[in-house]
Design a protein around this ligand. Sequence first.
Ligand SMILES: [Fe+2]
Length: 368
Amino acid sequence: MPLSFVPLTFPSSLDSTKFKDFGREVVGAAPGNLTEEEFKAVEAALYRHDLLLFRNASLTPDQQYSLVKSFDPQSEHYGHGNKQLDKTKQSIIHSYVSSLPNTPQVQIIGHGTIKNHEGIEERILKHGRHPEFHKTRISEEDEAKGFTRFFRWHMDAALYDLNVPKVTALYGIMVPKGPTQTVRYDDGTGDELSVSLGTTAFVSGKVMFEILPAELKSLAVRARAKYAPHPFQWLRNAKAKSTGISLETEGLETPLHDLPPWEEEKIKVYPFTWKNPITGDLHLQVHPLLVMEIQVDPLPQGHHTESALYPFGGTISNLKEIRDLLYRMQRPGIAPNLVYAHPWEERDLVLFNNRGLMHSVVGVSLGP
Ligand SMILES: [Fe+2]
């Protein structure tokens, strides 16, 4: 069967006019054994569509690692550094992911106890739930009725020392079965989104950028995010807003001098917008929770307008100002009609452009 890329079936909640190019199902190729020619087509399609789905995929952890590595042959590690997580128990990532013993570049995520899986005798997995991370929570009664929230919007990246991975592969080996859930934004807008149990939610950084008003677009292309050193330890006591795309500013970040030793050269500074290597489109791609400073270039002389933001450039280091600004730029992009919540089926393999979209775990606890 020739290789083809078939548009995904979107739920009616999604504004399909903005998602014409987003997401394709790859038909006619085995993701664990792509020929060089097939890989080239898949790689181009990944950047063109930002998310690719293989149904009924069959691949080993080694094959999964090799596939992801093909997109970035220089990279030798998982985005947070293979086994480093085990040494950084203070990191908020530690409780949700753990390495496979024989392929530490591949992490296992989920909820419940797994036994005899890929060299793991027994391990308890924990699914991220919003009450552990948000300042407010949905009541237990409402959770029992199926209401939930986005857990934490992010790109997969350590954002200290290590570069942002180009591609993430999520392989759904077991999928929870149960009724749909309703994501509540709980931010006064009344926004809600119906999703399947255990879904992963995705938003396009390209759409997030495109829908911005001119003054925020102008700022986005001039701005850089400077991330905190050891950022997942820096924020470990802070609490998120109810939409999962920002933090409350309550002075709960770990003071820099209380973090493990860090070096200025390993701090990451990235532009707000990332250029898609195939389409040339700009994607707004900022990890909203970990930014410690925003650096803004001035507008060129003669381009100043009344509505321009930070026309003379500068540095923003007030965390509330940083988060308010990012919220103005990113909250519109997670509106219910702009979220693709993937309805997982067993053996789905989802590959996504980790430098061009953001994603979030969704849902309540999925049983023992
Ligand atoms: Fe992730």
